[in-house]
Design a protein. Structure first.
Length: 176
């Protein structure tokens, strides 16, 4: 398998970024909803630290992924125009939310006076001063972006399954 994309298939770099980020984002969404419903504050606090660190990792990977997407050849989408528009719109929104989600978390943590630590290696700078109202605002943004991400992930998966099982084309195979 080639490292770079071709006009018929995604390369190893794109495939790894796709699946690693997909799994991380789904795990972070699950952990995010779980930890906000936990009654044990101490256990919740530990999970928040991990959630923030992996969220920053997603932000870094998302920036790398967007740069790779811009600079790389992509396999041709040999599908009807309306499906191509839907696919590109969905992907564009996914890329946008992959950046907004961790940024909103970083802003929320900063406004709460608890900027994220990257796996204990270093603490990221606060993006804003401590401000309870701002923290609540970014908390709402973070939550709504999570719901939008879930909807887009479901749409993305359903689209891939439709192409594989109904259209019987190779779109899913190109990213595996």
């Amino acid at each position: 398998m080639e490292l770079k994309n071709s006009n018929t298939r995604f390369g190893l770099i794109s495939i790894l970024l796709h699946w690693v980020m997909g799994l991380l984002i789904i795990a972070l969404l699950c952990i995010g909803f779980y930890m906000t419903s936990m009654p044990d504050v101490a256990q919740q606090y530990d999970l928040y630290g991990w959630h923030k660190a992996f969220g920053i990792l997603v932000l870094i990977l998302a920036i790398v992924r967007v740069a790779w997407h811009i600079c790389s050849e992509r396999p041709a989408l040999l599908i009807p125009a309306y499906e191509r528009i839907l696919a590109r719109t969905t992907h564009g929104l996914l890329y946008t939310l992959m950046i907004i989600m961790p940024l909103s978390g970083w802003f929320m943590s900063s406004a709460a006076g608890k900027p994220p630590s990257f796996f204990g290696l270093f603490t990221l700078p606060a993006l804003v001063e401590k401000n309870k109202a701002l923290s609540k605002l970014f908390s709402s943004v973070h939550e709504w972006v999570a719901y939008c991400l879930i909807a887009l992930i479901i749409l993305h998966i359903l689209g891939a399954l439709k192409h594989h099982f109904i259209d019987k084309n190779d779109i899913l195979k190109r990213i595996i």
